[in-house]
Ligand binder design. Structure first.
Ligand code: EZ4
Ligand code: CO
Length: 454
């Protein structure tokens, strides 16, 4: 309230002087509150600053990039995952050379402010390298916040909405019987949802089920295969084979088990619409990534021709990549990769946007993103209302030793650890024993030799 006796010019002066102090603090690289009174919520806790950012590149079975953020509180640190398969060192260099210097001295509690600063601050924004780096930092900061609060991250996100996250695994094979066996095996392990892929006759190597029995996310870093392999793809044989696979699986396994399929962003609009229609009788849980991410408008055509549920999004990097598909209800599941879309902070916004339009989540969860991103997936899954399903992997023992704490699989569901933070960590000494090995995802070509999306 204005006091009569105070001359107007003095009031203006005080107002300006106050603003100047604030501005000085902000221009010195801080936030509106750093260097002044700590926010009321943290009164009683010592003020916290980031002291060091370590970037750990390691290859325990395949390459991973971890970000470890240390703070002024002894022993309080966070670990995030910044792995981008085939471009690991670009993300590591971005983190080390460009982002780490901006983090030193900052308040690790100010996650949203740091996110905005690193997303909009550099002027250049988006893209998989920058958004993967940002995810690594974001996950590490949520890990710190959870540890400081003494709570698992899902508690900070609003608490539990469900006991665990319904999970799906991959089943693949060289022919229909091999895939059927793989699905049966998954069901025996407790899975209620299974992704099915099969090798395509006449095509040497196909995403998800190559004849050489490679895993579905190759680039494991095993020399001498340190240059990309080339696989063959033709839409004709693919579009003819997959509906027959699902006809076989339904007649062999019945309707109970939920089945899904990943088209891996390879089809054109009419091919995609026909494919979704041809698969309709087999009642897929969803059909994943039908179209290339550049051609989102083609989902309208697919929708006009089929009621097969659609999922899309592992190649998206920003919230705005998701907006049109969600608001037009052109998809049923949004499946961004938390590790490539800037972490938990951005994923929660995608989830909230999706909630408003009855779209569910199905976050990307392959073996080529690290355990902290898998943990982040599940913390979000079990704290939002519109969770759909969670892709998962069983990490090999060597990976679990170097990067412990991945969510655990129980009776078809993923569970996070009830420890403060994300529940994941990195063993830095052990990580050093597995140095980076150059590796690439495969590439694909058509029979005529032209480039094809993998
Ligand atoms: O091809 O993670 O749904 N899962 C997938 C994965 C992706 C790899 C790419 O690095 O599509 O297998
Ligand atoms: Co996929």
């Amino acid at each position: 309230m204005l006091r009569k006796e105070q001359p107007a010019n003095r009031r203006e002066f005080l107002k300006l002087a106050g603003t100047a102090v604030l501005a000085q603090s902000i221009l010195a690289g801080g936030t509106a509150w750093s260097g002044t009174t700590p926010p009321a919520s943290t009164v009683g806790l010592p003020p916290l600053k980031i002291t060091e950012v370590r970037v750990i590149v390691t290859c325990p079975g395949r390459n991973y990039v971890l970000v470890k953020i240390l703070t002024t509180e002894p022993g309080l640190y966070g670990v995030g995952d910044a792995t981008l398969n085939g471009r690991e060192l670009a993300v590591a260099a971005d983190l080390e050379k460009h982002l780490a210097p901006l983090l030193i001295g900052r308040d690790p509690e100010a996650i949203e402010d740091t996110w905005q600063y690193l997303y909009r601050g550099p002027y250049w924004r988006g893209g998989p390298i920058q958004m993967t780096a940002l995810a690594g930092i974001d996950e590490a900061l949520w890990d710190i916040k959870g540890k400081r609060a003494g709570m698992p991250v899902y508690q900070l996100l609003g608490g539990r909405t469900r006991v665990g996250a319904l999970a799906y695994t991959h089943a693949s094979g060289n022919d229909f019987t091999e895939v059927e066996d793989a699905v049966r095996h998954a069901v025996e392990r407790g899975f209620k949802v299974v992704r099915a892929q099969v090798a395509i006759p006449g095509l040497q190597g196909t995403y998800g089920a190559s004849s050489s029995k490679k895993p579905s996310e190759p680039a494991a870093g095993a020399p001498p295969a340190d240059l990309p392999s080339t696989e063959l793809f033709e839409p004709g044989p693919y579009l003819r084979t997959i509906p027959k696979l699902f006809a076989h699986l339904r007649s062999a396994l019945g309707e109970e088990v939920e089945l899904l399929h990943d088209a891996h962003e390879r089809l054109g609009p009419v091919e995609a619409a026909r494919f979704a229609r041809d698969l309709e009788p087999y009642h897929l849980f969803f059909l994943e990534d039908l179209l290339r991410p550049e051609y989102k408008e083609s989902f309208r055509l697919v929708r006009q021709h089929s009621t097969t549920p659609l999922a899309m999004g592992e190649l998206f990097n920003t919230l705005w990549d998701c907006v049109d598909l969600i608001k037009e209800q052109l998809i049923d599941f949004i499946r961004c990769d938390l590790g490539h879309i800037g972490g938990i902070t951005n994923a929660r916004k995608v989830a909230a946007l999706a909630e408003a339009f009855q779209v569910k989540t199905a976050w990307h969860g392959p073996g080529d993103i690290g355990p902290p991103t898998h943990a982040a997936n599940v913390h979000v899954d079990i704290s939002i209302p519109n969770f759909g399903v969670q892709e998962m992997v069983f990490f090999p023992e060597i990976t679990r030793e170097v990067i412990p704490g991945a969510p655990e699989f129980k009776d078809g569901y993923m569970m996070v650890r009830e420890t403060p933070g994300l529940g994941t960590d990195v063993n830095e000494e052990l990580a050093k024993k597995y140095p980076y090995q150059r590796a690439y995802l495969p590439t694909a070509r058509r029979r005529d030799g032209s480039v094809q999306d993998w």
